[in-house]
Design a protein around this ligand. Structure first.
Ligand code: SAH
Length: 574
């Protein structure tokens, strides 16, 4: 919950706007400000104070305990101009909160934590557990001093600045490992979630016994509990209190598998007891191995004093999974790039894309991002490169203009990709939508996109689709409409549409939508001069109901067709 505190009339207005924008996420604290801040501080994960920073500093001072547990605090000034991340910038999420508050109130976020200001990711923001001299190593990272990187494997991390590298001297060390290492001064460890811990337990095994067994097993194998990804067991033990409580105390999820699935997994130490009890000869080892990996700790039993063991465990190290984000950049304008796309660009350590698209977003990349750019025509190679980099374990962003899945890189990339990498897609505003918003409302009824490029598709196929759209009275947006070497396809497609639509049917032509040299016009099937169309353009042809109204192209939504020439495909649609 986010606690909201205000003192003045203007502050209260801003407070209420925030509360209205985030229903269910905020609590308003009324009454005297000192008590309000005190209560919110203990009850909420985050606070937004519509008060001067000085006042808030004085109120918070006696309440502070430590960075890990204190809430994130943002202050908004009386005029609503600034949202200041005052406390808990990273751990408390105040930096992100300042940005979010800024968006609602139109205030500029003010962030002063060093790592964010310099574009270097904070060590505690990488999504991994971290321990050791985090402040010391962060400072070295920021100062550009050498930080020796000792990573056991390639993990899909955001880019680290160039001064953080395997060969760097300088005294500071950053480990990325699940192994226990000595934590000297200026040494920090990032803990990848690499370990699966398989657990078996008899009915009512005490949580202390389960936890003690896991801790001993990891400790003797030289492994850190902070690298546990999840506890795993058999379905029948999904509600076993000792296992459930162990997972929650370790702060990791519990995943279960069906007994017959576990029974199929080959393990070094099968036994008769679990087979009789739950239907698989192995629980701990089989569950730990179910998602693949290397068995580091074979099955071992707990050793309580004076009675039989009630718990077993086994530990498996899973190999890192790379991450491929397929990111649509939108049609061109920076404010049509989604916040999610921006996040993914900053999360990637490797960026793959067409050189002209890379130029569009280069300023958003973190320092240290590896950029693999190539020219037009190298689509297949780009897709392969992106997948290969992800297979190595990297966090990769493959970018495309508009939506990366529309006549673009997503399909060749995913045709290459196997189940061994994670894939996320970030949708972008595709050219047809960017153009439609400029033209008016041409897509108010059923519409298709058709690419007129016959480089990858035989013309007969394209023509059959144009004809089908024409006969079904569907609005058509043509991508790749015309280039120097391909000049007859657009006139041919328009003539097919003209067999079913009046010469006066509105046609929208948009060139470079949302880019600095954007241009657009609404003309008609008879009036369009194809020579004015090029590869930076999309052409949208209305259906028989589309009208030009006040210079805008409008297709009525009506389910009943006003037009006399009711299209066959619409019969029965009422
Ligand atoms: N993935 C892109 C489309 C790639 S195909 C998207 O979703 O938009 C390339 C074609 O898209 C171009 O030939 C042109 O027809 C169209 N296009 C892309 N961006 C455009 C823009 N900003 N304005 C007009 N047309 C655009």
């Amino acid at each position: 919950m986010i606690g909201l505190i205000s003192a003045t009339a203007a502050g209260t207005v801003a407070r209420d706007r925030l509360a209205a924008a985030w229903p269910g996420r905020t609590v308003v604290y009324e009454g005297p400000v000192r008590e309000a801040v005190q209560r919110a501080f203990t009850e909420c994960e985050q606070l937004v104070c519509f008060l001067a920073t000085g006042a808030v500093v004085r109120l918070l001072a006696p309440l502070l305990s430590d960075k890990a547990s204190d809430p994130g605090v943002v202050c908004v000034d009386e005029a609503g101009r600034h949202a200041v991340a005052l406390l808990g910038g990273h751990g408390g999420g105040a930096n992100a909160l300042a940005g979010a508050v800024g968006e609602v109130l139109g205030a500029a976020p003010v962030v002063t934590t060093a790592t964010d200001a310099a574009g270097v990711p904070g060590l505690d923001m990488l999504g991994l557990a971290v321990e050791g001299d985090v402040a010391g190593v962060s400072r070295a990272m920021l100062d550009g001093a050498g930080v020796e990187l000792r990573a056991d494997a390639v993990w899909p991390l955001p880019p680290l600045p160039p001064n953080v590298s395997p060969g760097a001297g300088g005294g500071a060390v950053l480990h990325v490992t699940d192994r226990i290492v000595e934590l000297g001064a200026r040494t920090a460890v990032l803990r990848p979630a690499s370990l699966a811990v398989g657990v078996g337990a008899s009915k009512n095994a005490p949580v202390e016994e389960v936890l003690g067994l896991i801790r001993d097993a990891l400790c003797e194998a030289g492994l850190s509990p902070l690298s546990i990804a999840e506890l795993v067991t058999v379905d029948a033990k999904a509600d076993e209190p000792g296992i459930v409580a162990a997972a929650s105390q370790l702060g990791v999820p519990l995943r279960t598998y069906a007994a017959d699935e576990l029974a199929r997994i080959e393990v070094p130490n099968p036994s008769g007891a679990p087979l009789a009890a739950v239907g698989t000869p192995s629980v701990a080892e089989a569950a730990a191995l179910a998602a693949g990996g290397e068995l580091l700790v074979p099955k071992r039993k707990s050793s309580p004093v004076g009675r039989a063991a009630m718990a077993t465990c086994a530990v498996v190290r899973r190999s890192p999974r790379g991450r491929l984000a397929v990111v649509g950049l939108g049609p061109g304008a920076r404010d049509l790039l989604t916040p999610r796309a921006r996040e993914e660009l900053r999360r990637a350590s490797v960026l793959v894309g067409l050189d002209q698209y890379v130029d569009q977003i280069r300023d958003l990349l973190r320092p240290g991002t590896t950029v693999l750019e190539s020219g037009l025509g190298a689509e297949e190679a780009r897709a392969r490169t992106a997948v290969a980099e992800a297979r190595k374990g990297h966090a990769v962003a493959l970018i495309g203009s508009g939506d990366a899945g529309v006549y673009a890189m997503a399909s060749p990339a995913l045709a290459e990709a196997g189940a061994d990498i994670d894939v996320v897609g970030v949708p972008g505003v595709t050219a047809a939508l960017a153009a439609a918003a400029i033209l008016g409302a041409p897509l108010g009824h059923d519409h298709v996109s058709i690419s007129l490029s016959d480089l990858h598709t035989p013309w007969e196929v394209i023509e059959r689709r144009v004809r089908a759209a024409a006969e079904a009275d569907i609005i058509v947006t043509f991508y790749n409409p015309r280039s120097r070497g391909r000049d007859w396809q657009l006139p041919k497609a328009l003539s097919i549409l003209s067999e079913h639509r009046e010469p006066a049917t509105p046609v929208g032509v948009v060139r470079n939508a949302s880019r600095p040299d954007e241009s657009s016009r609404v003309t008609s099937l008879a009036g369009l001069d194809p020579a004015t169309v090029d590869m930076m353009t999309v052409v949208t042809v209305g259906n028989t109901a589309t009208r030009e109204i006040a210079g805008r192209m409008v297709t009525p939504r009506g389910y009943r067709w006003q037009s006399a020439t009711t299209a066959p495909a619409q019969e029965g649609a009422e």
